[in-house]
Design a protein around this ligand. Sequence first.
Ligand code: G6P
Length: 360
Amino acid sequence: SDIEKGTYPHFMLKEIDEQPFVMRKIINEYQTENNELKLDENIRAAMKACDRIYIIAAGTSYHAGLVGKEFIEKLAKVPVEVHVASEFSYNMPLLSEKPLFVFISQSGETADSRAVLVKIKELGYPSLTITNVPGSTLSREADYTLNLYAGPEIAVASTKAYTAQIAVLAILAVDTAKAQGITLDFDPMQELAIVANAMEILTDQKEGIEELVREYLPTSRNAFFIGRSTDYHVCMEGALKLKEISYIQAEGFAGGELKHGTIALIEEGTPVIALATQENVNYSIRGNVQEVVARGANALVISMRGLEQDTDAFVIPHVHELLTPLVSVVPLQLLAYYAALHRDCDVDKPRNLAKSVTVE
Ligand code: G6P
């Protein structure tokens, strides 16, 4: 399939590079000619009618769900729970009176998610699937579908589907807020266009990121990602990317949890990647960086323009504070990519992993 890859050595790199275009595609698909949000009226009604949203997903899609919860709660003021699909039925939460189930799945085929869908349909609850594959099992069996428009994702490690999921969740949250008469002080499509440009600036800085891999992830067997608030959720995704394809043992932690255990693992030279894109936690995450540096960590700080400090290794362009995951994840995807490449790993087809897991 060299033809499909074009000039790219790997699908993953191609898919990372496609992210700005996917953002622009989503902006076009979810907007009318009069610049109004365009969304299936039935979905709008279901979002308005429910009293609580239950997001069900696995892997990277679960990480997108954690960011989506923030959007929906902060903008539309609807309570949201996010559940790992495989765990949902063991400890099924006490459901609200009018739940809406939202399945996030790149492939639309994940068996664990489908098992939850079958169960909640038996209980008579409404469902929405957000997927990259309209016509997939989860899309056909749910009441409603939102398309990610990311185009086929071939690399096992998900990149453009994650950012597409977050963008569509942002649009869904804004639309629900508007449907409820909540006024927002920003134009989501304008902000997503700024995000697309920021992503493009980052995908043009591959050499700089490859250099960071040489400096911070040379021969390490482990790496930690720390962040607070939104950054914490992106850290979980950054760690998943790194472990999936480079086999470096990687974990994403909330900055405040470090001192409750993980800090015991910090030794001379341990790589710690810290995200600092949120103004309200910038001071606290910087404190965590100092704590690990004092114990010998090799700290790579990725901050956002406006919040940066002189010692930061990498600064991403400024975007709307809710949308930073769309941009901060790009250097993390590229870090994982080059770490895997330098270790001669099979970037697109990591050992033991499948693109879609169709067994429970
Ligand atoms: C597999 C893939 C992951 C993906 C997860 C959920 O484990 O390797 O990249 O995040 O399944 O897949 P889904 O298609 O439901 O988003």
